[in-house]
Write a protein that binds this ligand. Structure first.
Ligand SMILES: [Zn+2]
Length: 689
């Protein structure tokens, strides 16, 4: 339960890693479900899913409808999901496989799979969990009750952070932005129960209503821990006051995409001077950190706000806040009453899901979260063969070659900056499928029948693992996603692209599909991640992953002018009702989508030059590349979730990821013979890469 979708993520190591889609809500109680048996795709010669198409739609009027109309009509959002698309569809298939692996492990006594089997079985033991109610929290609640002064806060915060309860802020390890070969400690903003700092301040009616429901939820959780009704509602107000003070000091989501705004290297003494009320030396010894001489205090203003808040807040209020976060973080592993109340707010109010996912799906997710590189070994054995790895690697090389051609042909970039860009491109490394060396969980104790304890010990194990890195060389072979994950990422601090086995499956990749469809799917995914190295954020890091400006001022300006075109384009798209996309928040992802599909098409055409391709399923090869792209983004989304994603998600909705990109491409216009005044032909197309 280290990483939740909404609470402040435990570690910021991947704060800058640009992923392909919104991270799956790992271990979040609100994570919903798809039909258990996915419909079998209609047979096709090309690998396109023909029954996903809406052949009545005109490609030049609404390409997304052509690519996805059939799928969208046949796949309404299941009652226990907030959205359902091709990513979730594939994730469900992966989870079905993981369930079989875990049920076998739970029933057998094979030492190699004992931990995942015990973890899963403990999580599934609902009757035993219910019998204990909230009692497993008693030791922590006693510690909180015993807090006698704010000067004793630091060791208690240390204890909570160690087991994954991220009160006030987060702490971990990350490569030093300015010397990315070395890990350094990082303290980052956090401690909020709502998805983002802006949720505390937006004054529209929906936001105000959500805050009311949040306070109600916090009060009910206090009641479930035993508080009397009046005391529970008073403590909920205290929590809201504290979180609002933290949120006021926190940086907004757009600013956090700027690496210079989240890099402030301070000595431990400077941090102590910044926050005189908080005893950092006691915190560091409490978490068992190696000596911390310097660290990245990502947002100094946040820590000043934190310090002011603890200085001016009554101790009883701080205790109410700590109790809330203990209950919040632990709820998924506690009794039905807490699980249901957690879902009522984080599932229904925030995302619109109507019912809780089946327990086994939640437990599969938690096991993947906490023991992903043990569970992942069995998954890879079953689901990821050498053919997929070799096929993906070949495409990576073809995509890199296409991006090189693209950079060389740019008219807006001067030769000196091009040389640097090519050096960076040539230094990109790739990881495909799964780690070369699996994580060793020997030091993690998993006890059958202790669901919450297993989760807390897993968090402790992971936290210690992070702390142990501080001051040491960065291990670039480490993965930030587990093998069954349906996602991919670029890490600017390591200059590498990463594709878990979980996404290298249909509809993204199939050894049986025709090359055009694979280039539209996984080819464009590879292109997307490569382009992240050159988006508004990634371009600020050099070939070695250091935050270092390698652009001439004129080239930087030319880049910004082109990027602004994308900002304006996507800011005009509607997310839901009167809510527009945030063009600045989504700039990096939109740049990656546009560049990714363009270079994937280039790579495909280069391959096709030596191997001419026929018309298949009624579509030309070029048309199939675009349809391959379109079909990975088919989705249905509930209004509540659409509203939330518009605020916090750096990725655009599927509809805009498809139509936004193709309408910028003259290649699309040509492939579908669109007229100049067609909806899918922008008058002033945007192009960065
Ligand atoms: Zn991305």
């Amino acid at each position: 339960m280290t990483q939740r979708l909404f609470a402040a993520a435990g570690f910021v190591a991947l704060q800058l890693a640009a992923s392909l889609t919104v991270s799956p809500p790992r271990a979040a109680a609100q994570q919903p479900q798809a039909p258990a048996v996915p419909a079998a795709p209609a047979p096709s010669s090309s690998g396109l899913q023909l029954d996903a198409l809406d052949r009545t739609a005109d490609a030049c009027t609404d390409f997304y409808q052509l690519a996805c109309g059939g799928w969208i009509a046949k796949n309404p959002v299941p009652s226990d999901r907030a959205s359902f698309g091709r990513f979730e569809e594939l994730q469900e298939q992966n989870h079905n496989r993981l369930r079989r692996i875990l049920e076998t492990a739970a029933a057998a006594s094979d030492p190699g799979s004992k931990k995942i089997g015990d973890y899963y079985a403990s999580c599934m033991a609902e009757t035993a969990i219910n019998a204990r109610g909230a009692a497993p929290l008693d030791p922590l609640l006693k510690q909180i009750a015993a807090l006698s002064s704010v000067s004793h806060l630091a060791p208690l915060v240390a204890e909570l952070h160690t087991i994954g309860i991220n009160v006030f802020f987060t702490f971990g390890s990350q490569a030093d932005f300015k010397d990315s070969s070395v890990e350094m400690a990082i303290a980052d903003q956090g401690g909020l129960g709502l998805p983002d700092r802006d949720y505390y301040f937006k004054d529209d009616a929906k936001s105000a209503e959500l805050r009311t429901r949040y306070v109600d939820h916090v009060g009910r959780m206090a009641g479930l821990l035993g508080a009397a009704p009046e005391q529970a509602s008073a403590s909920a107000q205290q929590v809201m006051t504290i979180e609002t003070a933290l949120a006021r000091g926190a940086l907004d989501a757009v600013s956090r995409r700027d690496p210079n705004k989240v890099y402030h290297k301070l000595s431990a003494a400077e941090l102590q001077a910044l926050t005189p009320q908080f005893a950092w030396s006691r915190y560091f010894s409490g978490i068992g950190a190696p000596p911390v001489y310097a660290l990245n205090v990502a947002e100094p203003a946040f820590f000043e706000a934190f310090d002011r808040m603890i200085a001016s807040t009554p101790l009883d209020d701080l205790k109410a806040y700590l109790r809330w976060h203990v209950a919040h973080a632990s709820a998924p592993m506690l009794s039905t009453a807490l699980v249901d109340e957690n879902f009522r707010f984080y599932g229904t109010a925030l995302t619109g899901a109507k019912e809780l996912r089946p327990r086994w799906r939640r437990c599969v997710g938690y096991t993947d979260n906490d023991l992903g590189e043990s569970l992942g070994q069995a998954f890879v054995k079953e689901a990821f063969g050498p053919q997929a790895k070799a096929g993906t690697l070949q495409m990576v090389h073809e995509l890199e070659s296409a991006l090189e051609t693209d950079i060389n042909s740019l008219t807006w970039m001067t030769p000196v900056t091009k040389r640097e860009a090519l050096a960076k491109l040539h230094a990109v490394t790739e990881k495909i499928g799964y780690p070369d060396r699996w994580r060793d969980y020997t030091g993690l104790q998993v006890t059958r029948g202790d669901a919450l304890g297993n989760s807390q010990r897993s968090n402790r194990f992971e936290f210690r693992r992070q702390l142990n890195k501080i001051g040491k060389p960065v291990d670039k072979s480490e993965w930030g996603m587990t093998p069954p994950t349906v996602n991919a990422y670029y890490n600017p601090l390591e200059n590498n692209i990463n594709f878990p086995a979980g996404i290298l499956q249909p509809p993204f990749y199939s050894a049986k599909a025709d090359a055009a469809v694979n280039f539209g799917g996984s080819g464009a995914v590879i292109g997307h991640e490569l382009t992240h190295g050159f988006d508004d954020q990634g371009r600020q890091f050099d070939a070695r992953g250091n935050l270092k400006d390698w652009w001439t001022p004129a080239d930087a300006k030319a880049f910004d002018d082109r990027a602004q075109c994308l900002v304006d384009e996507y800011a005009a798209f509607t997310a839901i009702d009167d809510v527009k996309l945030n063009g600045k928040l989504t700039l990096g992802e939109n740049t990656a989508d546009n560049g990714g599909l363009r270079i994937s098409l280039m790579a495909y055409l280069a391959r096709k030059a030596s191997r001419p391709a026929p018309v298949l399923d009624g579509f030309t090869p070029e048309q199939r590349v675009f349809l391959g792209w379109g079909q990975v983004w088919c989705e249905n989304v509930r209004p509540e979730r659409a509203r939330m994603l518009a605020q916090i998600n750096p990725h655009s909705p599927g509809h805009d990821r498809v139509n936004g990109v193709v309408s910028n491409m003259p290649e699309f216009r040509k492939a579908f013979a669109c007229t100049a005044d067609a909806s899918m032909v922008r008058k002033t197309p945007c192009r960065v890469w």
